[in-house]
Design a protein around this ligand. Sequence first.
Ligand SMILES: [Zn+2]
Ligand SMILES: [Zn+2]
Length: 189
Amino acid sequence: MKAAVLTGPQKIEVKKVPIPVMQSNEIEIKVSACGVCGSDVHMWKAGKGWSDQPGDFHMGHEFCGVVTNPGDSKFKVGDRDTFWANLYCGKCDMCQAGQEQLCREVNGTNYIGFVCNGAYAEYYVGKASNAYLLPDSVSDIAAGLIDPLMVAYHAINRSGIKLHDRILVVGSGIIGQMLGELAKKAGAS
Ligand SMILES: [Zn+2]
Ligand SMILES: [Zn+2]
């Protein structure tokens, strides 16, 4: 397959790389869309991922695609899936409490496309438990924005915003834009 490999500081090259071999509990998708995150820009500047790994590294953690091999998962060939990039362990106290976003093994960096190859490629292979079925009403491009949207959504949920509150969002990146939109939907101005 072709992948956009990070070959050095500020250098991405499209290279031919092997399609990853599926392990048990994994699925394979043909990637339809993949967002570019601010953290990708940091890795692009540094020319490397979050961990030193052998071989070609490619980023991409905000993505969706069509299932080409469901393995032994609940998915079917042709399903449209998006992935949660958080490689939570499922075993620590936070995971057990349903707070996988605070998994102690993740520690802020253990994400798809940070510590392992991501979806800047034609195919992605990853844990089925991180995959979510997409409804037809969500386009591929919109699905690529679910990752930053859930960050903003979580913040709004925690904020206690009430009808007629006035909100200031500091920072106008994609998550800031989404915070503004969601705050309006929550009744703030
Ligand atoms: Zn991101
Ligand atoms: Zn955990």
